[in-house]
Every structure is written in structure tokens, then in C-alpha cells.
Design a protein around this ligand. Structure first.
Ligand code: 4NP
Length: 156
């Protein structure tokens, strides 16, 4: 049996169709490029889009940057994810609160981080929800690209 030494990382937003699929795709691409044995997944705290492909605007901005996220399907965050994953990154304060509400011990709580705090520690910046803003996707991509570099630098 192969000894698993990688990290299991979960990216979480509200719908799991705009921000967290991009975060999953970006981190996946970076860990592959480095030959790391990590597992990356994403989920949404809400259930409205379960089973759907990422938003076409997220697919487009990912594709422009050489990343295919069309294989992804939305799923809802579940309490069990707090045991399954080593690191859980929330896109905004509301996602963070919803995840922490499901935690029932400090081991679980310590796995959960606001993703942009990896770039600006303690600034508690959120990745803006781009669902109602066609122009927001480029900015979201840039923010997540920086955050994923920091995640790898910190946990490799
Ligand atoms: P996401 O964006 O949380 O980045 O996937 C959203 C997608 C859908 C909705 C809200 C945010 N919605 O209300 O349906």
C-alpha cells in the first residue's frame, strides 16, 4: 500500500460554481507542476447548484490561463469534510462562519482558514462573490493565484 504523505485540501465558497472551482483548478495545476502528492477538492455551503458544472465565466477565465475545470461538479460542504480534509479554505467570512458552525472540536477548527489570510495574514479579506459581476472573474483569478502560491509555500 502506498503511504500517503500529501495534503488533502478543500476549497469552499457559497455555490461551488464560481470561486472554489477556480481555487481547486489553480491549486491542482500548481501541485501537479511541482510533482506534489496532494489531493484537492471543492464544495459550496449552499445546495442550489449541486451537480452543476462550474459557471461558464469561471470556465473561461481558467481556460484563458491554461486550466480545464469543466470536469468539476458542484457538491455541498458536509460536516464529514472536517475530518476528511487536512486544510479547508473559505473564500469569504460567511463561508468561514458556516464551516466553523459544523466543527465540533479544535482539531477540526484549526484546519479552517480564510484563504486570503495566506496572502495578507490577519487582514481577513474576502474573495468577492463574482456571481452578479461579469467583470469580477479576472480579479478573483488573480487573488486565488496568489493565495495558492502561498498555500504551497507554507505547507510543502
Ligand atoms: P460562488 O458564487 O459561491 O463563488 O460559487 C455563487 C454562485 C451562486 C450563487 C451565489 C454565489 N447563488 O446565489 O446561486
Amino acid at each position: 500500500m502506498k503511504y500517503y504523505c500529501g495534503m488533502k485540501v478543500l476549497m469552499v465558497c457559497l455555490g461551488n460554481i464560481c470561486r472554489s472551482p477556480l481555487a481547486e483548478g489553480i491549486l491542482q495545476m500548481k501541485i501537479k507542476a511541482q510533482g506534489l502528492d496532494w489531493e484537492v477538492d471543492s464544495a459550496g455551503t449552499g445546495a442550489w447548484h449541486v451537480g452543476e458544472q462550474p459557471d461558464r465565466r469561471s470556465i473561461q477565465v481558467a481556460r484563458k490561463n491554461g486550466i480545464d475545470i469543466t470536469y468539476q461538479r458542484a457538491r455541498q460542504f458536509q460536516a464529514q469534510d472536517l475530518d476528511t480534509f487536512d486544510l479547508i479554505f473559505a473564500m469569504d467570512q460567511s463561508n468561514l462562519a458556516n464551516i466553523l458552525r459544523k466543527a465540533n472540536n479544535t482539531i477540526q477548527e484549526k484546519k479552517v482558514h480564510l484563504i486570503m489570510n495566506q496572502v495578507d495574514p490577519n487582514a481577513n479579506r474576502s474573495v468577492p462573490d463574482p456571481y452578479y459581476d461579469d467583470d469580477g472573474f479576472e480579479q478573483v483569478y488573480e487573488m486565488l493565484d496568489k493565495a495558492c502560491d502561498k498555500i504551497i509555500a507554507r505547507w510543502v
